[in-house]
Write a protein that binds this ligand. Structure first.
Ligand SMILES: [Zn+2]
Length: 367
């Protein structure tokens, strides 16, 4: 893929890169919303990430790219093939990058069941939509704030569920729809409804880079890429391959990453102290913290993982309080977690025992 700008050559924007990588490790985190002005390399980063991700094992000939190792998520067609005793051959495929057009309708997104064919010929005919095309890959929505609210709703539902189920007149068809969801928007062109905003797991505000040396590096990289895209890619290829392997390994670890009751209390105390509405943020922080520990090859989450996850999960969820409208840094969050831990453990001598008990429970859960 010589004409794609390498992900590892992106200068600065550490939060955006981190948010993308964590979603690539575990798409169940639920996507990232990147907010920033035009020309801030939002789509470059999403495309570049998709290009470096490892190939995936799919059922050959399946229109939906079903995972041969996850029978519970198979599409209606793979289930029927398996039930009738047909073999399901396997192949490796690069992951898809799907760019959702702003004009997309609900039918175009979820796909359509042809009811007339079903009634007249008794044949089930399903025309796959965007959710089918994006399965196992990356779904990129540029200017998500300009998309029909209902379509965004459907997309976010599917991203959370990992399945697309279409039902019409008693006929139903389902297929896996698990993808890395990346939405972008320019805040100057209108905001997302708060309900939709909250359903994006992570958010990142892109700001211009002020460091002169970084700006120079951006100019140099862009010129080198323009002059010789293939040569530029080759220079970065070892970095691309290394990151791809790290993500591949982290994917195998992420479900085994442990956390304690103390970690959960830290997350809950943090979100409660910042007046975050609802409980979605707590779960998102936990999932993203586990993905981050997996990224660094560790088997348990730390306060730092929690702070790094919270830095991405909270910016669009804090409506009032000291952090509203300001940049929350990872350091500030980690400090706050430590303070909260200090105040919650006062007069609670039994706390270490609780932690030991929860550690034990964790081990049992994972055995
Ligand atoms: Zn299938």
């Amino acid at each position: 893929m010589p004409s794609i700008y390498p992900f590892t050559a992106i200068v600065g924007q550490e939060r955006m890169r981190r948010a993308l990588i964590l979603n690539a490790i575990d798409p169940r985190i639920g996507g990232v919303l990147i907010r920033g002005e035009r020309g801030t390399a939002k789509s470059t980063a999403a495309r570049a990430l998709a290009a470096l991700l490892p190939k995936v094992r799919v059922v050959k000939d399946c229109r939906f790219g079903c995972d041969p190792d996850q029978p519970a998520s198979w599409c209606t067609e793979c289930r029927e093939r398996a039930a009738s005793g047909q073999p399901l051959p396997v192949e490796m495929k690069p992951i898809p990058f799907v760019n959702l057009p702003v004009s997309a309708t609900e039918d175009r997104v979820v796909g359509t069941l042809d009811i007339e064919q079903a009634i007249q010929k008794g044949e089930r005919h399903f025309e796959p939509g965007v959710l089918a095309a994006a399965n196992r890959g990356l779904l990129y929505i540029d200017e998500v704030n300009l998309l029909d609210d209902h379509v965004v709703d459907v997309l976010l539902d599917s991203a959370a569920m990992g399945m697309n189920i279409v039902e019409r007149e008693g006929i139903s068809f389902s297929h896996p729809a698990r993808f890395i969801l990346v939405g972008t928007m320019n805040p100057e062109e209108g905001d997302l409804r708060p309900q939709l905003l909250d359903r994006f797991a992570l958010s990142v505000d892109i700001t211009g880079i002020r460091d002169a040396r970084e700006r120079v590096a951006i100019i140099e990289n862009n010129l080198a890429f323009e002059a010789d895209p293939e040569g530029f890619y080759k220079t970065w290829q070892p970095h691309e391959e290394k990151l791809s392997r790290i993500i591949e390994h982290a994917r195998t670890l992420v479900d085994k990453i442990t956390y304690t009751r103390r970690d959960l209390l830290s997350i809950a105390a943090l979100t409660a102290s910042l007046n975050v509405d609802g409980h979605r943020a707590d779960l998102v922080i936990l999932k993203a913290a586990r993905a981050h520990a997996a990224y660094e090859g560790r088997m348990a989450i730390t306060d730092r993982d929690i702070a790094l996850a919270a830095e991405l999960a909270l910016p669009h969820r804090i409506k009032h309080g000291p952090f509203h409208q300001t940049e929350i840094t990872r350091e500030q969050l980690q400090e706050r977690i430590e303070q909260l831990q200090g105040s919650s453990s006062e007069g609670e001598p039994s706390e270490p025992t609780e932690k030991e008990v929860s550690d034990e429970a964790q081990k049992k859960n994972h055995n």
